[in-house]
Design a protein around this ligand. Structure first.
Ligand SMILES: O=C1O[C@H](COP(=O)(O)O)[C@@H](O)[C@H](O)[C@H]1O
Length: 248
């Protein structure tokens, strides 16, 4: 488990731009080393802004997307194509604009998919997809970078304060039925999956995130502030703007 580093920027735009450039750099480096790159995407305002910035740099960077696998840290359990799905937003921000094999884009199931509106079955289905990609090396592939937005209530992915999914230590994914943030039904990676990532990048922008960022860096109880429990094996970075840094 790594000690968090902090990268500060003046505002959301500069933050998204720098995250995108560093991400592109990581992907290009993996490609040069002949390695596949497993990236976990996040929803949320700054997470999607970062993907838009990646899109703006994708052409000039010459990324070969055939080495990249895209996963999601959480999903709002809604029908496919719903505008509030993290997948829909990531497609509009980046995925529709890049040449990535469809088999390497791994969205979490939708509420009108093979499991109907049964979120628990859908979560289990995603666990199986992760395990297949891990090829016997563990329950999930070796995520190179896991992007996580941070909610004002200190949630990450769909791990919300006080909800039982925070304590899940066996399953790779979990269904959420009573999210305090709409929609109530969601699917999330669990902490063991998130924390198996080589790098965890937490993105927070704006004053409403300042207390969550403080808690995330001050050893808070994960049940009260899930952000405090997200740590990469090699590196953990809090990418924040000045407003989100206001309470440090
Ligand atoms: O609902 C969600 O919220 C968080 C944070 O979103 P933000 O707009 O406050 O930045 C996000 O990380 C998560 O993926 C998403 O499902």
């Amino acid at each position: 488990m790594s000690t968090p580093q902090i990268v500060r920027h003046a505002d959301a735009k500069a933050l998204a731009e720098d995250v995108a450039l560093r991400l592109v750099d990581e992907i290009v480096r993996a490609e040069a080393d002949g390695r596949a790159f497993h990236l976990v995407l996040t929803g949320g305002g700054i997470g999607i802004a970062a993907l838009e910035a990646v899109r703006d740099h994708a052409a000039e960077s010459g990324i070969d997307w055939s080495h990249v696998h895209l996963w999601w840290g959480d999903e709002r359990f809604l029908p496919a194509g719903h505008p509030d799905r993290n997948e829909t937003q990531a497609c509009a921000a980046l995925i529709d604009a890049i040449d990535i094999p469809a088999t390497q884009v791994h969205p979490m199931p939708a509420a009108d998919g093979m499991d109907g509106d049964h979120a628990a079955h859908a979560a289990t289905r995603y666990s199986r997809e992760l395990a297949v990609a891990a090829r016997g090396q563990g329950p999930v592939p070796a995520f190179d970078v896991c992007l996580l937005g941070v909610g004002p209530d200190a949630h990450i992915a769909s791990l919300f304060p006080g909800l039982p999914q925070i304590g899940e230590d066996e399953a790779a994914t979990a269904p959420v039925h009573d999210s305090p943030k709409p929609p109530p039904t969601r699917i999330t990676l669990t902490l063991p999956s998130i924390n198996s990532s080589r790098q965890v990048w937490l993105l927070a922008s704006g004053e409403s995130k300042a207390e969550a960022v403080r808690l995330g860096l001050s050893g808070a109880d994960p049940n009260e502030a899930p952000v405090a429990a997200a740590r990469g094996t090699d590196r953990t970075v809090f990418w924040i703007d000045e407003a989100a840094a206001a309470r440090l």
